[in-house]
Write a protein that binds this ligand. Structure first.
Ligand code: ATP
Ligand code: MG
Length: 481
């Protein structure tokens, strides 16, 4: 229990409008402050009328009725944070949902804490390895960056976020998966995958399902960001996934309509932009005086029929440092992860990619886009020139390397070997099946026969002449065997 709670003042419930409660009294309260109902439910002040205080209910509040007494606490809205939340599933108030023991907190943080100021930040200078080849090669992400994952329903958005969490194993990055307004089945699937792969050891799950109260759905992303801030300010690297902010915007729209605030574009209240921008600002990399922690955000957003010009998608695109755009046509063609390289960008990551990786992959994305154009143009022609044929074959091999199954993150050394072979043209002439064997087997082969090379690739930022020599040997030997 929180110590030193001082009851500040009382109020009386005048009206209950679904999850918005109108209260008379509480004349000194502030927006964002917690209030307690007699049945132990909590709520927080979300606005005012001339005579009443408007409170958003956090919880079902089934027993609350008019004329009940409400009291407010002295503190602003804080939630418990700390190391012990790792491996746990909590709700928006940081109460455990996994049926295990209560969590001992290390501190209480303001849930609407201000983002670090410009002076507290330093430029992003380290890469967050996602283990997804197409992202690490063509849309690299920096630690402290905000990268929007956007696409239609069922295009693999959650899979990208989950794969990235799985890849942080033994990399000393704290992960937070925040589920907002999703159904229990998809939530359970994600938690199942994390547990199976031993990823829960370094992960906190914040859950506000579609069946949770609207208030909890509204708060969940702030809770996740606040839990992350605790680690960021203790000098750790944090990675947070918001799955997804479209549902968060829906929750806020519902609240705003009940508060009788005027709806704007697509019936969303205008200040949804401010709300999301304020949240996104909390990511970043801190200066050495603040112990150099970082927080990376992967907000997820839905589009309808590929329309990225919708209100929420355009808002989010404008307030993040790039987007990974998932295309349902590519998904249908079997190109998974279905990332559309033409519409995806990373405005920061390119600067922090290692020199070796940059050198090997700088034209992979462009070549692949050109390959798809070429494919369209040559579809109707029976015979193509030998030169064109070569280019098509190279494009096919790029496609083959960029395809990747879910839950099988690719270590950076493996990516370097694969892209090296691609760049040297070692794959162009071999049949697809053999290329598939190479993609699946080369890393294990290199680990066994060239352990020094793998170690050097993992550690080195640049590729030495010695590395190249051994890489050539390794690839030649693999095909010999
Ligand atoms: P939703 O809109 O429901 O949240 P989503 O966009 O998050 O969906 P996912 O749940 O990640 O999509 O994936 C949808 C389906 O796509 C999965 O069930 C999985 O079978 C398939 N899928 C996603 N990524 C891959 C991949 N890399 N390889 C193979 N299949 C994949
Ligand atoms: Mg999803």
């Amino acid at each position: 229990m929180r110590e030193g709670v001082s009851v500040k003042e009382f109020g009386v419930i005048k009206e209950i409008k679904k999850f918005v409660i109108k209260i008379e009294g509480l004349s000194n309260c502030m927006v964002g402050q917690l209030v307690n109902f007699t049945d132990d439910t909590k709520g927080f002040v979300i606005g005012f009328n001339e005579k009443e205080v408007l409170v958003l209910l956090l919880g079902s509040g089934g027993k609350i009725k008019a004329n009940d007494i409400v009291y407010s606490e002295w503190q602003t809205f804080t939630i418990p944070v700390g190391d012990n939340f790792l491996r746990r599933i909590v709700n928006s108030l940081c109460q455990p949902l996994d049926g295990k023991s209560p969590v001992k907190e290390e501190a209480f943080y303001n849930i609407f804490r201000d983002a670090p100021s410009v002076l507290d930040r330093v430029p992003i200078d380290e890469m967050l390895q996602t283990g997804i080849r197409i992202i690490d090669s063509s849309i690299p992400i920096g630690k402290g960056q905000r990268e929007l994952i956007i696409g239609d329903r069922m295009t693999g958005k959650t899979s990208i976020a989950v794969d990235t969490i799985l890849n942080q194993k033994d990399k000393d990055v704290i992960c937070i998966y925040c589920c907002i307004g999703r159904d229990y089945a998809s939530f359970e699937k994600v938690v199942g995958v994390l547990a199976e792969n031993g990823a829960l050891d370094y992960t906190i799950v914040v859950s506000s399902l579609a069946s949770s109260s609207i208030g909890e759905q509204y708060l969940a992303p702030y809770t996740a960001a606040t839990l992350g801030e605790y680690f960021m300010y203790s000098g750790r690297d944090v990675f947070v996934v918001f799955d997804d902010l479209t549902k968060h915007a829906w929750a806020y729209r519902e609240i705003s309509l009940l508060l009788e605030r005027p709806p704007g574009r697509e019936a969303y209240p205008g200040d949804i932009f401010y709300l999301h921008a304020q949240l996104m600002e909390r990511a970043g990399r801190l200066s050495p005086e603040l112990r150099s922690g970082s927080m990376t955000f992967f907000p997820i957003a839905d589009t309808l029929q590929g329309d990225i010009a919708g209100f929420i998608p355009t808002n989010l695109i404008s307030m993040t440092d790039g987007q990974v755009y998932l295309n349902s046509t590519l998904f249908g063609e079997g190109f998974k992860p279905a990332i559309d390289l033409g519409l995806s960008v990373s405005r920061i990551g390119n600067k922090v990619q290692s020199e070796a990786m940059r050198e090997l992959t700088k034209d992979v994305g462009l070549n692949y886009i050109q390959h798809r154009e070429l494919l369209k143009a040559t579809k109707l022609r029976a015979a193509v020139s030998e030169e064109l044929n070569l280019r098509l074959r190279h494009g096919e091999k790029i496609e083959q390397l960029l395809k990747q199954d879910r839950f099988s993150p690719s270590p950076i050394a493996e990516q370097l070997i694969l892209f090296y072979a691609l760049k040297k043209g070692a794959l162009d002439a071999i049949p697809d099946a053999k290329c598939e064997d190479f993609k699946k087997g080369i890393y294990a082969f290199a680990q066994e026969n060239f352990p020094d090379l793998v170690k050097s690739l993992e550690e080195g930022k640049t590729m030495t002449a010695d590395d190249r020599k051994r890489l050539n040997e390794c690839i030649v030997q693999f095909f010999k065997e």
